[in-house]
Design a protein around this ligand. Structure first.
Ligand code: GTP
Ligand code: MG
Length: 216
């Protein structure tokens, strides 16, 4: 069961608080005192659902019937220890051109300027090839060197055999090993503990910007 807590749960939620939303590049955001992990992916890929599953809350983050729902960058404080950052989904065609154009500076601005950012959980739909925007995002992440956890969502919609073929294809397109693509389903809870563990691993590592600077 998705909601049953295991004795060895890598992420037990003891405290959880919505801190606020950042609406535009350079706008309000919480003081960057805690480490941050951000969640990125195209609109409707299942980001908000995945965060709810991760936090074992049914409705902490609003799940959209209307794609393109999450417009702001939303910050959630977890266990007084780190911040989860829900980025707006990119690439939804039916919102206005202006709204679409404003996402890129907002998301890229956040990713470039957040001193406590420790990593990104990048979501792609397990059923489809990555979109042009997905590939652009993966390139951007590789360029900046931000540690990335690649997650394939909605795996409950595929049969096991289809799923393993799709994971192989996704890994090839993304240029990673297939073991580095984490299958996930908010419908069944599959992948929840593995993702939590991978995130805790990122939080334990020295800051990637410091590592990059030390190597220069
Ligand atoms: P935006 O906020 O619009 O960018 O979307 P999002 O990426 O946050 O997606 P959201 O979590 O709102 O989910 C979009 C739709 O996909 C909803 O109808 C969810 O119920 C559905 N969905 C999300 N995750 C899963 C999953 O693992 N399995 C299945 N079958 N459906 C899912
Ligand atoms: Mg959302």
């Amino acid at each position: 069961m998705a909601d049953r807590q295991r004795a060895d749960d890598p992420l037990v939620i003891r405290q959880l608080e919505f801190v606020g939303g950042m609406a535009q590049a350079g706008g309000w955001r919480p003081e960057p005192t805690l480490p941050e992990i951000a969640f990125a992916g195209r609109s409707n890929v299942g980001k908000s659902s995945l965060i709810n599953t991760l936090l074992r809350r049914k409705k902490m983050v609003r799940v959209s019937n209307t794609p393109g729902r999450t417009r702001e960058i939303n910050f959630f404080r977890v266990n007084e220890a780190f911040m989860l950052v829900d980025l707006p989904g990119y690439g939804y065609a039916r919102v206005s051109k202006e709204a679409r154009a404003s996402w890129k500076p907002l998301i890229e601005g956040y990713l470039r300027t957040s001193p406590q950012l420790r990593g990104i959980v990048q979501l792609v739909d397990a059923r489809h090839d990555p979109t042009k925007d997905d590939l652009g995002m993966l390139d951007f992440l590789a360029d900046t060197g931000i540690p990335t956890i690649l997650v394939a969502t909605k795996t409950d919609k595929l049969k096991p055999r289809e799923l393993s073929a799709r994971l192989g294809e996704l890994a090839a397109v993304a240029g990673v090993e297939v073991e580095d693509v984490l299958p996930f389903s908010s419908a069944t809870g599959a992948g929840r503990d593995e993702l939590a563990e991978a995130m805790m691993g990122l939080l334990d590592q020295p800051h990637w910007r410091d590592v990059a600077e030390a190597g220069e």
